[in-house]
Design a protein around this ligand. Sequence first.
Ligand code: DQA
Length: 160
Amino acid sequence: MPQTPVIYVLNGPNLNLLGVREPHIYGHDTLADVQTICEAASDGDTIVFRQTNHEGELIDWVHEARIEAAALVLNPAGYGHTSVALLDALKALTIPIVECHLSNPAARERFRHRSYVSPVATGIVSGFGPISYDLAVRAAVRLARERAAAADRSVQAKEA
Ligand code: DQA
């Protein structure tokens, strides 16, 4: 029987403080609430949900997702605006990447307008609070399934 596809949802620095950190921007839901939202949106796929405050650890998990995941949802938080190393790690992935933000960085301070993740993201969901994660996981699941179906079709075409 084929294995259940795995969707990685990786969260960068300070997102462990969701619910208490600048609630006027990020809302009152905690990271555990966001995880529940992601699991509810997974449509049966397995969600691997993690958060770190450390750039190297985030990069190690991106490397892991390259091997283990059918798609990646990434809220890079502050590292999205600063980390060339994160961009380089993401460039090694061939799976769909959905960049996800609770707030809309484009509507905030100028330094948040640059994202090192966006150029390699398949798509971006931002500005909807925790609903961003719901939409991002749904998109990741569908993109992963479309990719798997396309791979099946190409195998069948080769066998025909
Ligand atoms: C964020 C937006 C970033 O600018 C910020 O540094 C974060 C959270 C968001 O989810 O809205 O930490 O990624």
